[in-house]
Design a protein around this ligand. Structure first.
Ligand code: HEC
Length: 98
């Protein structure tokens, strides 16, 4: 009896430790999801929070927001995105901006 409840406990802990973070893209509301820009965006922008909808800001505002996120990355100990990756993410956001 004792041993089987221990097994159950281990089983449950093993399960819960596999829970995925909740910041990932979990819906299909984002535009152009098959593009490489989207893939890069969903990868880079889901580390700290759920990625924002591109129509949340104007193209001009996105430039400033992405620069600000570079600073957040540095502060949090992630390196800044490379210029190439940043450009890909920014192009995706600007293409679908407000
Ligand atoms: C290292 C962690 C981190 C990453 C990675 C990150 N963010 Fe953020 N983001 C934050 C924090 C912290 C805030 C809240 C403080 C603020 O607004 O600056 C925030 C807030 C925001 C906001 C709300 C503020 C506003 O002006 O509307 C937007 C939009 C945003 N992030 C977009 C992005 C995008 C796009 C990416 C991918 C390029 C990204 N974030 C990646 C940490 C991060």
């Amino acid at each position: 009896m004792k041993i089987s409840s221990l097994c159950l406990l281990l089983f449950l802990t093993a399960c819960s430790s596999q829970d995925k973070p909740t910041t990932a893209v979990t819906n299909n509301l984002y535009p152009d999801q098959t593009s490489t820009g989207f893939k890069q965006f969903s990868k880079q922008c889901s580390i700290c929070h759920r990625p924002p909808m591109p129509n949340q800001h104007t193209a001009l505002e996105w430039r400033g927001v992405v620069d600000l996120m570079q600073q957040h990355r540095a502060q949090a100990g992630y390196g800044a995105m490379s210029e190439a990756i940043k450009k890909e993410v920014l192009s995706y956001l600007q293409a679908h901006a407000k």
